[in-house]
Write a protein that binds this ligand. Structure first.
Ligand SMILES: Cc1cc2nc3c(=O)[nH]c(=O)nc-3n(C[C@H](O)[C@H](O)[C@H](O)COP(=O)(O)O)c2cc1C
Length: 202
């Protein structure tokens, strides 16, 4: 006897100054959507409640000074966007706490929750030269008690802070990979989601 199928709840949480990490988050969310209830949440204005009850949290941010942003680096980002010929739009709501602060505030998950961390970073060289916000996020979430579903993943931007060609396709492929990994290791497996009452074969 089976009741209605409850779709898994996935939260894709991102921080973004100029939109690159947001676009990656949206591409990942789109891949997971056939399998789960997916929300893509801007960490600006979000609180720990946003993650409550999530079976899978996919969290990402831009790499600033080798790690996560701070009030100082967000202010630098604002100045970069304000430069007359940058063509960038500053998307961050300045009253907000950063992703770093939000991660610090997270309680130990009440139900077993998996996570995967991502970042955007410079394409100038390997991670050891550029740093990676994904590694910091990965460390924070493991320390809080989340279970790692996949290794931290970086997506690349050019010197103008825009995504390098092909990175959205890479993000979509990684999203699909997460769905498969969830199918192998997740709590219930990630099959196509069923809305409304399940078809009861018995
Ligand atoms: C203040 C500041 C510091 C940065 N520091 C680094 C860094 O240490 N390593 C790196 O790879 N990229 C660095 N970057 C580039 C960012 O990673 C890039 O702006 C970001 O990926 C763009 O994503 P967003 O539009 O979602 O903010 C820095 C950018 C800013 C504004």
């Amino acid at each position: 006897m089976s009741g209605p199928t409850v779709p898994e709840r996935v939260v894709v949480l991102y921080e973004s100054m100029f939109g690159a990490t947001r676009q990656i988050a949206e591409a990942i969310g789109a891949q997971l959507r056939p399998f789960a209830d997916v929300v893509v949440v801007n960490s600006a204005g979000a609180g720990p409640d946003e993650l409550a009850g999530a079976d899978l949290v996919v969290a990402g941010g831009p790499t600033h000074v080798f790690g996560l942003s701070s009030a100082t680096t967000r202010e630098e980002a604002r100045k970069i966007a304000e430069h007359s010929d940058s063509g960038l739009v500053f998307e961050w709501a300045e009253v907000s706490l950063g992703l770093r602060d939000l991660l610090h505030e997270l309680p130990h998950p009440a139900t077993p929750s998996s996570f995967a961390a991502f970042s955007t970073r410079s394409s100038k060289g390997p991670r050891m030269f550029t740093g990676s916000a994904a590694r910091r996020i990965d460390r924070e979430l493991r320390a809080t008690g989340y279970r790692q579903l996949a290794a931290p993943r970086d997506f690349l931007v050019d010197a103008t802070h825009r995504l390098v060609d092909g990175q959205l396709a890479e993000a979509a492929a990684w999203g699909a990979e997460l769905a498969r990994a969830w199918g192998r290791h997740g709590r219930h497996g990630m099959g196509p989601k069923t809305t409304g009452a399940a078809v009861d074969g018995g």
